[in-house]
Design a protein around this ligand. Structure first.
Ligand code: CAA
Length: 391
């Protein structure tokens, strides 16, 4: 067994467009502070018609491969709850777009926002069995709620691609992991809908209950004490949710921190998600990228917690140790640039995009070329999706 297994490289991708939540608040005639302060969100990523979970995932994966090559990669695990097909894994399209060899197994995993964490743990299991192997874990999602619904302000889109291997450069994942599963209907999306259904207030309670359960299991399995974490990356459907979760765990650990202290402790984990919105499976790994990229001090040797939650519900808490030399592997400029280059939409254009749906009769359909990303969703014909490189 290798000395350590974990995340060697982490690359993000997001959308071509964005909607500033100030524009949404103006349209709704409400105080913009409800979003910037109340839920802790400033901007949400909005996909162009020729973007989807595959194009974002391929972009993030291609960046990982540019730097690391393909040697040793035998598995690609694709985590999403925005599946584009009931049968075929979205990861197989990514496999082709980024030019991975045929000797790679590919599968898609689903459990709401949680499945990338399951994928990471499964990857670690494969590598423990054969440390010469590497695994790509790719999380990609678009969060969509109905126009005018309570969830509308918590939409967003992003992908996070990770190279998981022995002796990782960024973060070694530690044992144990604490897990919690409970059948609850807080958020779900039936097969016939493109937008999610949610019990907003109930989902906040379910999240806190599940994270609390995972934390208790983590301690029961011999996990590290709460005070020993330099930072904790929570799943962030909106960043204020991370603050609520952190207070919940702090109280369980016998503390009672002021809201301002919690916000300071978590600030670095929230910078990207405030500007991207909910990215479901990717969210907790966007939080990790944000922490590593934007934390001023040196995190070498620091213990970081990951708190993953997927409605319905499954939660998992685990820790990792940040590795020496991690700063040389960060993608600070790249991540800043994908966030800054998004083009702002006015509210009317956003609504038009939101209402755009794909034909369901298999007829020929071409998308207009809008994305500036390296891959685009070109359209459909005979019920088959087509993708292409833009460069
Ligand atoms: N200035 C400052 N704060 C304000 C404000 C103002 N003018 N107006 C309101 N606020 C505050 C409120 O006090 C409230 O704060 P607290 O939660 O700390 O009490 C906050 O802003 C939100 O206000 P409301 O509760 O009135 O907002 P809402 O009814 O629109 O619903 C929501 C909020 C339930 C999160 C809704 O956005 C939603 O349904 N989102 C989708 C579901 C979701 O994200 N759930 C999270 C847990 S489930 C999960 O994590 C899985 C997943 O990814 C979906």
């Amino acid at each position: 067994t290798p000395a350590s297994i974990g995340i060697h490289d982490l690359a993000l991708a997001t959308s071509h467009y964005r909607l500033d939540l100030g524009a949404l608040a103006d349209h709704q005639g409400i105080d913009p502070a409800k979003y910037s302060v109340g839920i802790g969100q400033d901007v949400m990523s909005v996909l162009a018609p020729d973007e989807d979970i595959v194009t974002m995932a391929a972009e993030a994966t291609a960046r990982i491969l540019e730097r690391n090559g393909m040697d040793g990669i035998r598995t690609l695990l694709f985590a999403t709850e925005s599946g584009i097909d009931q049968s075929k894994s979205a990861g197989v399209y990514v496999h082709q777009l980024v030019g991975l060899p045929e000797t790679v197994r590919v599968v898609e995993l689903k459990q709401a926002c949680y499945s990338a964490t399951a994928a990471l743990q499964f990857a670690i299991g494969l590598i423990a069995r054969d440390p010469s192997q590497k695994v790509l874990v790719v999380a990609s999602d678009v969060a969509r709620y109905d126009l005018g619904s309570s969830g509308e302000s918590t939409q967003g889109a992003a992908a996070a691609a990770m190279l998981v291997q022995a002796n990782p450069g960024l973060m070694a994942v530690a044992n144990p992991a604490g897990v919690f599963t409970q059948d609850v209907m807080d958020f779900w999306r039936p097969n016939y809908r493109s937008t999610a259904l949610v019990d907003g207030k109930g989902s906040i309670k379910a999240y806190l209950n599940a994270i609390g359960g995972a934390w208790t299991d983590y301690l029961n399995q011999g996990g590290a004490p709460f005070e020993s974490f330099a930072s904790i990356c929570y799943h962030q459907p909106f960043t204020k949710m991370a603050s609520k979760a952190h207070r919940h765990l702090a109280v369980m650990a016998g503390q009672n921190p002021a809201p301002a202290e919690v916000a300071d402790y978590l600030a670095d984990t929230m910078r990207y998600n405030r500007l991207i919105g909910n990215s479901y499976t990717a969210s907790v790994y966007v939080a990790l990228a944000s922490l590593l990229d934007t934390h001023d001090g040196d995190l070498t040797g620091a213990r970081v917690g990951l708190a993953s939650y997927g409605s319905g519900s499954v939660a998992e808490f685990f820790g990792g140790v940040i590795q020496p030399g991690y700063r040389d592997l960060l993608r600070v400029q790249e991540h800043r640039s994908i966030i800054e280059r998004r083009i702002p939409l006015d509210h009317t254009a956003y609504e038009v995009l939101h209402k755009t749906t794909l034909p369901e009769d298999g007829r020929e359909y071409r998308t207009a070329a809008e994305t500036t990303g390296p891959f685009r969703f070109a359209g459909m014909g005979e019920h088959m999706r087509r993708y292409e490189r833009t460069t």
